[in-house]
Design a protein around this ligand. Structure first.
Ligand code: 2IP
Ligand code: CA
Length: 402
């Protein structure tokens, strides 16, 4: 099996423990938010918050990978910068120290001397975790370490994480908002080709024990390397998944589509009206809104929906790489939405898969790593092709002669 993937699963679990620990101490959590610096802002929000948990999680992932695989720590890239300035104007570079005591010292600088908080955090950061998965143990694969880069989103859906709603009801298994939409995303890609090879999506808040109020999480992974395709199996796969893409659907009329509602899609709350209208024609009531780019991709992985579609440029490489690798292992992928529409390729030709190794020309700040043409995540190529032909038909202005 891949030692790297095994380690990524362990670090994602460690990261999930940190995310849960921070959430469970509300007073502490309030201390941890700091406004993002100009260049790091997600342009969608006027104010955006970077949490200490976010940075800490990213550093823990980096340091743990470096300890096990020297040299790999430098290849871990993410949204967060590890520079903090405390109330006294001191600049602190946040790192995971060799000992718990040293981490306490460093954290207390960021936390303006708050010893209790620093100790609690350092404890969970240094805690041992174990992760086992029999499917993973059976894989024999060796991927040369020096060909790999890693995208990390320490906490995706930061807004839902900060808000912390625990009582949101799901709609057919899909949570529109709330802590369930929070994910930790780790995606490994080939530095030369930009192809995603391994992915881990850790969902730290899946269910809460009503007595202890403790949260349980879940972890999903996938590996797709030189013809080996494996992914974690979860029991919660929805029945929707069982419905295969119809082979005749490309010849369907809009009316047929409306009555069959065979596609389902998850979308952002900020999706454009024109896209929503077309999707309504294709999916009927099978459209779901949900927070979090990572969570929406997870809904596709879990089979809760067929497609995650986003036409805007506000997702980034760290948002998509992990799920993309898992979907590839499942026989699906993630493509550039705009390029798909422009190229309108014949079935059988290659679709424009997202890649992870090159910056966007002329862009600055986080936009260098934006998925600038939007995205479509899918589980099977056949489904993507059928869906795209329906989308193109339904986006085009109605032809009065037809
Ligand atoms: C965000 C987060 C948002 C998402 C946005 C991401 O990442 O996942 O929820 O927007 O694209 O960049 P939406 O929910 O509309 O899809 P983060 O929370 O890490 O900033
Ligand atoms: Ca994100």
């Amino acid at each position: 099996m891949s030692d790297i993937l095994r380690e990524l699963l362990c670090v994602s679990e460690r990261a999930a423990n940190i995310a849960r620990a921070c959430r469970q101490q509300e007073a502490l959590f309030q201390l941890l938010i700091e406004e993002k610096k100009e260049g790091e802002k997600n342009k969608k929000f006027t104010i955006d918050f970077k949490t200490l948990a976010d940075v800490l999680v990213q550093e823990v992932i980096k340091q743990n990978m470096e300890n096990k695989f020297p040299g790999l720590g430098n290849k871990v890239f993410g949204e967060e910068s590890n520079e903090f300035t405390n109330d006294l104007g001191e600049k602190v570079i946040l790192r995971l120290c060799p000992t718990e005591e040293e981490t306490v010292q460093l954290l207390s600088k960021v936390l303006n001397g708050n010893k209790l908080a620093s100790e609690a955090l350092a404890k969970v950061v240094h805690q041992d975790v174990a992760y086992t998965d029999p499917t993973l143990d059976s894989i024999e694969i060796n991927i040369p370490q020096d060909t790999l880069g890693i995208w990390v989103d320490p906490i995706d859906s930061t807004y839902q994480y900060i808000k912390g709603s625990a009582d949101i009801k799901s709609n057919q298994g899909i949570f529109p908002s709330g802590l369930q939409c929070v994910t930790i995303l780790i995606g490994v890609y080939d530095l030369q080709t930009g192809v995603p090879l391994m992915g881990v999506i850790n969902q730290p808040f899946v269910s809460q024990d009503s007595n202890t109020l403790r949260w349980k999480g879940q972890c999903y992974w996938g590996l797709s390397y030189k013809g080996t395709n494996v992914y974690s199996l979860q029991s919660s796969v929805s029945k929707r998944n069982a419905r295969a893409a119809p082979s005749q659907a490309t010849r369907n009329t809009s009316a047929d589509v409306e009555s069959s509602h065979r596609f389902s899609a998850v979308i952002s709350t900020s999706e454009k009206e024109s896209i929503k209208a077309a999707l309504t024609r294709i999916c009927g009531d099978g459209i779901f809104r949900a927070a979090g780019a990572g969570y929406k991709s997870l809904c596709v992985v879990q089979g809760l929906v067929d497609i995650y579609i986003f036409s805007e440029d506000t997702t980034f490489k760290w948002d998509s790489c992990a799920a993309h690798a898992i979907l590839r292992a499942m026989g699906g992928g993630m493509v550039d939405f705009k390029e798909c529409l422009e190229r309108n390729p014949e079935p059988g030709l290659d679709w424009p898969q997202l890649v992870y190794h090159v910056q966007n020309d002329g862009a600055t700040g986080v936009d260098r790593w934006a998925n600038k043409g939007g995205l479509i995540a899918y589980r099977s190529r056949k489904q993507l092709e059928t869906f795209l032909s329906l989308l193109i038909q339904n986006l085009a202005p109605a032809d009065p002669h037809v």
